[in-house]
Design a protein around this ligand. Structure first.
Ligand code: 4AD
Ligand code: MG
Length: 465
């Protein structure tokens, strides 16, 4: 469906319907020319490419053309003709131009090319009009579509897990509270604590850190489900790889063990990269040329490699005997830092690595314990330039073992009665993982800061727009 009165620039550029009269609408990227002829580069976001509009200056009111400057929004009706100039095969000979909205050259911030990414973050309301963010936003869309397509084609059902919850799925306590209580004068219990019974939901609630626990409910009824939604973490991490609000893809599968889980993650990640290479080649080539000359070769190398699978213990051995002086120590029991992950992927193996068998002390309560009593069936997928891109596990399906672990960690059981019921009634082995959508977008686009792969980043001290 497209509205009859308007042709998207993308269609106009490939249509081949020369000498036909069409109308295009969009934002002026540049205008150049002289007193006889004006060349207007028009972009409507449907593609990276602009369409060139050629206007015979004397044929238009002077006052109109004066306002056709960078950033202005116009509608142009004219004939599509073969272009004499280099860089485009067709152009529009303008018959009429209509100005929707001017953009004062004295104040419109996107005047010249080559603004820094830092500056563009400050004008996140205008950066979608740049080539870079146009490409990134189209890629984000394509990847979202590919995610749904992959799961749909493989018999998974999309489960809408809640955004507001009463539980802490990861047990890390990094939650944003949701409340309607008067912060100046909250109701108190007899012992002086805040009385959440009087809060909107009659209990303490927060924004979800993960849809996994509800995903498990779905898997134990529909077999294969996934959720893809926003998740929130109040971790004070000001890094190029952390957001306070990010999107996560979480499949959850009944009757999968940790090996099936790894196979699915590897297949899924390769599918997404393939999809981008096949469907978004123009935008990827642009990002490759502008930001990261190794982007395309890196994407191709990952789809063509078998991911290495090692245990945490093996990873620690490799790191300890590497002779490299890391900032953080690498003794058994300590969590792997980004520097360790990247060493394994970029220096040691030179391909993606999946690590399993982490110490239970550094992983969440729901992971299936191995017989050794110290490690769990966790898996982290590590990617070049990114480090951890996927985190997942086989889940503890045994009620007694799960209850013991919850007890050991001192997690309040009342919050999880429904979760424990899944183990009480018809429990089954199952597994799943979470892919951080923006970490994936970092990898796909070759950008280096996660703030540049989401339209409106939320990070400590920043919730503008
Ligand atoms: O490893 P995480 O914390 O795992 C979970 O939340 C599980 N419940 C997933 C599951 O098994 N269903 O997070 C999963 C992924 C990470 O590997 C990372 O890619 C991303 O989510 N992630 C973040 N991305 C951006 N900013 C943050 N603050 C992130 N925290 C995690
Ligand atoms: Mg993790």
């Amino acid at each position: 469906m497209s509205i009859k009165s308007r042709t998207k620039v993308r269609e106009a550029l490939v249509s081949g319907e020369l000498e036909k009269e069409i109308t295009v609408k969009g934002w002026v990227r540049t205008r150049r020319g002289n007193k006889n002829i004006a060349f207007i580069a028009l972009n409507d976001g449907s593609t990276l490419n602009n369409i060139q509009v050629v206007a015979d200056v004397p044929a238009f009111p002077e006052d109109l053309l004066r306002q056709v400057t960078t950033g202005a929004c116009i509608s142009v009706t004219g004939t599509l003709t073969p272009s004499m100039g280099s860089g485009q095969s067709v152009e529009i000979q303008a018959k009429s131009i209509n100005l929707y909205g001017p953009a004062d050259p004295a104040t419109y911030p996107l005047q010249k090319k080559g603004h820094s990414l830092e500056f563009l973050r400050e004008i996140a309301h205008l950066r979608p009009r740049t080539n870079t963010f146009g490409a990134i936003l189209r890629l984000r869309h394509a990847m979202s579509y590919a995610i749904h397509k992959y799961f749909n084609d493989n018999g998974f059902y999309y489960l809408h897990t809640p955004i507001i919850t009463g539980s802490d799925a990861e047990g890390a306590g990094e939650m944003f509270r949701v409340t309607t209580l008067d912060m100046m004068n909250p109701p108190r219990t007899e012992d002086g604590k805040i009385n959440y019974r009087e809060d909107f939901f009659g209990k303490e609630t927060n924004l979800t850190v993960s849809g996994q626990l509800e995903g498990e409910i779905g898997a134990l009824a529909l077999s294969d489900v996934y959720t893809f939604g926003p998740t929130f973490r109040a971790e004070n991490s000001n890094t190029p790889r952390h957001l306070a609000e990010f999107w996560m893809i979480e499949p959850e599968m009944a009757f999968y063990d940790i090996h099936d889980n790894m196979d699915l993650a590897e297949d899924f990640l390769k599918y997404l990269i393939n999809y981008a290479l096949e469907h978004c080649n123009e935008d990827l080539r642009f990002l490759n040329d502008m930001y990261d000359k190794e982007l395309l070769s890196r994407l191709n190398s990952v789809i063509n490699s078998d991911f290495v699978r090692i245990t945490y213990t093996e990873a620690i051995d490799i790191l300890s005997s590497s002779g490299v002086k890391f900032e953080f120590p690498t003794q058994w029991g300590a969590d792997l830092q980004s520097e360790h992950e990247r060493y394994l992927v970029e220096k040691h193996y030179k391909k993606p690595v999946i690590i399993t068998g982490y110490p239970k002390t550094i992983k969440a309560f729901y992971m299936k314990q191995n017989d050794d009593g110290t490690t769990v069936r966790a898996m982290d997928v590590l990617f070049p330039r990114i480090g951890e891109i996927v985190g997942g596990s086989q889940r503890e399906e045994n009620l007694q073992a799960l209850e013991n672990r919850i007890e050991e960690l001192g997690i309040p059981r009342e919050e999880l009665w429904w979760y424990l019921d899944t183990r009480r009634f018809g429990t089954a082995p199952h597994a799943g993982f979470g892919l951080g959508f923006e970490r994936m977008m970092l990898f796909i686009t070759g950008m280096s800061n996660i703030r540049d792969v989401i339209p409106f980043p939320r990070t400590p001290n920043n919730a503008e727009f």
